[in-house]
Write a protein that binds this ligand. Structure first.
Ligand code: UD1
Ligand code: UDP
Length: 367
């Protein structure tokens, strides 16, 4: 059996690791150790995903918590090193682009433990995005790079990564979506809270470039007021954003609009139900760009760039400037049924994690 350490720290990691944990277990070739760094720790940012995605409790919870980039990254390195010294895995599997990802990859690589990076090769080419640094560093030191969309193959080739390290495996986040889609539909969540299918806007925002800047966050809030003139607006608020909206006094003014519903972060199944029935998703999330494409739901990504270009080239995603007129025009277009239709990208078929399990089991001994 292969001893695999599966690392998860933040909300999007849990959804990806759930798919890998299942595929590795199903393959019968791995002994999984699920390690939660504790980067995200609120029940609604963490525990609920383990419950809803049918994952076992993490074997180890490192309790890292919040902090500056250096403090958080360093703390994950110190704690994962202790774990790997106590029980050395045969391979460390990291997903995505959060601080827990790069920190654990660095620890493992310096201990000469093979590292597999799932969702490798994505690039926004925006060095101001902390995730971009995490992606570049993680890919540079990983032994196996599992890619979710064709742009990833191209970037890794351009960066000189040898072909034998790179595998186009598909998208593990979409594995979880396909696995839980029926369950999410059956929650009837959007209907149960009185929303009309196809007529409301679903909002998320948490990128520092958007929410840590008073002017940007103010413009975003005004865009929501514009959308509220056309339909209900549902905004489950990330804790980073919630603190910022409170501190600049915008939470109260948004909440006073009867068509805007501000909520805490919500569970995966309920959130997927909100996505599948929404008229338009307005977001700066990475994963939601992919999920909206997989669900064929219109998505306006309020960012100057994306590391997930397949969602634009083939899917339902469109990049937007942070501009009230542009965002409200997107709302009008989506509600009038004129949004582009899109198609499902290659290998977003619910089986990416199985391909990774099979490849990893066959390849590890050759590293
Ligand atoms: C992190 C990732 C980002 C990812 C996002 C997913 C990095 C650099 N950033 O951003 O790539 O898109 O997760 O959601 O790794 N907080 C809480 N409770 C929690 C977690 C966070 O209150 O459970 C608050 C804290 O005030 C914290 C802030 O949110 O300081 C930011 O958390 P952090 O993990 O540093 O970054 P995110 O913005 O969540
Ligand atoms: N999500 C959720 N509840 C919410 C908001 C998001 O379950 O209230 C899910 C969403 O469906 C996606 C993931 O969280 O699977 C995306 O996480 P996030 O946007 O925080 O991170 P990113 O993908 O931008 O790194």
């Amino acid at each position: 059996m292969i001893k695999a350490a599966l690392i998860a720290g933040a909300r999007p990691n849990f959804i990806k690791i759930a798919a890998l944990e299942k595929a590795f277990s199903d393959s019968g070739q791995f002994l999984n150790t699920l390690i939660h760094t504790g980067q995200h720790y609120d029940a609604k940012m963490s525990d609920i995903f383990f419950r809803q995605l049918g994952m076992p409790e993490p074997e180890l919870f490192l309790g890292i918590g919040s902090g500056s980039h250096a403090a958080q990254t360093a703390a994950v390195m110190v704690e994962t090193e202790k774990v790997f010294l106590a029980n050395r895995p045969d391979v460390v599997v990291v997903v995505g682009d959060v601080n827990s990802t790069v920190a654990t990859a660095l620890t493992a690589k310096k201990m000469c433990i093979p590292v597999a990076h799932v969702e490798a090769g994505l690039r926004s080419f925006d060095p101001g995005m902390p995730e971009e640094i995490n992606r570049i560093v993680t890919d540079a030191i990983s032994d196996l790079l599992y890619v979710s969309e064709p742009s990833g193959l191209m970037h890794l080739k351009n960066e000189g990564v040898p072909d034998h390290k790179v595998v186009f495996a598909g998208n593990v986040m979409i594995d979880s979506l396909r696995r839980f889609e029926d369950k999410a539909r059956a929650t009837n969540y959007s209907e149960s809270i009185g929303l009309n299918a196809g007529r409301y806007f679903l909002i998320t925002a948490h990128r520092p470039a958007m929410v840590d800047n008073d002017v940007h966050l103010g413009t975003f809030a005004r865009s929501l007021l514009g959308l509220a003139e056309m339909g209900d607006v549902v905004f489950p608020i990330h804790p980073r954003t919630s603190k910022r909206l409170e501190s600049i006094g915008l939470a109260a003014s948004l909440a006073s609009n009867p068509r805007i519903r501000l909520t805490e972060p919500i569970g995966y199944l309920e959130f997927m139900n909100l996505m599948m029935h929404s008229g338009l998703i307005v977001t700066d999330s990475g994963g939601i760009q992919e999920e909206s494409t997989a669900l064929s739901v219109p998505c306006a990504t309020v960012r100057p760039n994306t590391e997930r270009p397949v969602t634009i080239e083939e899917g339902t995603n469109v990049l937007m400037n942070l501009d009230v007129g542009e965002i409200t025009a997107a709302g009008e277009k989506a509600l009038s049924g004129n949004w582009k239709k899109g198609r499902i990208p290659a290998l977003w078929d619910g089986k990416a994690a199985n391909r990774i399990a099979e490849h990893l089991a066959n390849t590890l001994s050759t590293l």
